[in-house]
Design a protein. Structure first.
Length: 268
């Protein structure tokens, strides 16, 4: 059973509409909303690529044509090049900014399909013993290699990454009538939430998923997997953030622009 990350498909759920991110995503599918001039989808793929993954399966839905077109135009969008208009098909590229070692499969999984059925609908492209899975709107500095090792060591059908959520409210420490410490968005140390970055054995798809477009992965399939004691958790104490709102998008861009993006684990 191969554990070579270069052979393990990474399914990325890219079909959501991003209704809570209208200011940034009204004209784009959520995975194409940019952080520092590159789509969040690119950041996610770079994080996996840093750990040796190179095979990606994009489960598409809302405005899928724009995601396809972004990668069809990838070299032109990310590299310097010279174009001779007498031979417009023979562009000469001058750098390697677009030379990612990625194999990307694009799968139409429906406009309003739930996450469970989206995975089921890419099953034909899951041709190894296991596959990775994540959402197209969350980024982290999670050690994906360590998560794979955890998954293999525990021998369950599924592993999810547990993270500590950040509070949406400011937290104060008060002495008498004086505020002595204030944190705008403290990380809640108690409890874990699903941060995505899953590993599944291939048989999970056949045993726990069907093509019902109303079913979400996070409801019946994961609940049943947990009841069957087949779901382990890889606990991640570091950075994790979902890009759910305009405020999240602004914060992620501020981190990137300031050179303090924790999820940037790869070299330029």
């Amino acid at each position: 059973m191969s554990a070579d990350p270069a052979q393990i498909p990474v399914v990325i759920l890219c079909g959501g509409m991003g209704t809570r991110l209208r200011e940034a995503s009204e004209k784009l599918p959520k995975p194409l909303v940019d952080i520092g001039g590159r789509p969040i989808l690119w950041h996610i793929m770079k994080a996996y690529g840093h750990h040796g993954f190179r095979r990606f399966v994009l489960a598409l839905g809302y405005k899928s044509d724009l995601i396809k077109q972004y990668f069809l135009d990838y070299h032109h969008l990310t590299s310097d090049f010279t174009l001779d208009l007498r031979r417009p098909q023979a562009a000469v590229f001058h750098n390697t900014a677009g030379d990612e070692d990625w194999e990307i499969t694009f799968v139409e999984t429906g406009l309003t399909t739930g996450t469970a059925a989206r995975i089921r609908r890419v099953a034909a492209h899951l041709d190894t013993d296991r596959f990775a899975l994540t959402y197209g709107d969350g980024i982290s500095d999670v050690d994906i290699s360590a998560a794979v090792a955890h998954h293999l060591a525990h021998g369950r059908l599924g592993t999810l990454t547990g993270v500590h959520p950040s509070s949406r409210y400011g937290e104060m420490r008060v002495e008498g009538a004086t505020v002595v410490e204030f944190n705008e968005k403290p990380t809640l140390a108690d409890g874990w939430v699903n941060g995505g970055f899953f590993l599944f054995e291939r048989e999970f798809v056949d045993k726990y998923l069907d093509d019902d477009p109303a079913v979400m992965l996070e409801s019946t399939p994961l609940q049943q997997l947990a009841r069957d004691r087949e779901l382990s958790v890889y606990e991640h104490e570091g950075f994790w953030m979902g890009m759910d709102t305009f405020r999240d998008w602004t914060e992620l861009n501020s981190l990137w622009d300031s050179g303090r993006a924790p999820w940037k684990t790869w070299e330029d």
